[in-house]
Design a binder for this molecule. Sequence first.
Ligand code: GAR
Length: 198
Amino acid sequence: MPKTIQLAILASGNGTNAQQIAEYFVDRTDVNVNVIIYNKKDAYVARRAEALGIESHYFNRRDFFETDNVLLFLRERQIDYLILAGFLLLVPENLLKAFPDRIINIHPALLPKYGGKGMYGHNVHEAVVANHETETGITIHIVDQHYDRGTTLFQARCGVAPTDTADDIAAKIHLLEKAWFPKVIDAFVLNKPMPKQE
Ligand code: GAR
């Protein structure tokens, strides 16, 4: 039997994406959510992990940027892919080197629009409203050393109504993330064709 592909999810906050990914793969034998790593002590994602019965582990900034603690932890668990699901730190060089083209991220906008430092979560939706955009969406991409700049794997779009608030957009984006992120991860790690939005 081929080896089960081991995923580590990295998150910083609420963790709805982490939960959706874990639920999607729960009955699978070929892909396994091995651990959820988080970098903010009070991140709600840790509670979600507990409820899901998935191990979670907190690492601080120093662990990420001044030591190999995270890398050694991932190696010990034989992790194959890192999935950034609302993870707000730049990925350190040692992880980029150890997981070349094996780290993917979701961004709540149609990159290259609304990417870069400071552009995360609600800030993105507020900028979309301020600029009177008529559409926005999600981008799932391979991670490199720059924020939000690696090769795009997938995008999905949604309309923005003139009356939409940042919260309205967040709700639409959340639906797109739920519909697509787990499927894109599935296709990517198993080398299957990417799904396409109708
Ligand atoms: C998601 O909307 C994700 O796209 C975004 O943070 C949110 C996390 O929500 N990521 C970024 O902005 C990355 N630059 P969650 O914690 O509920 O999954």
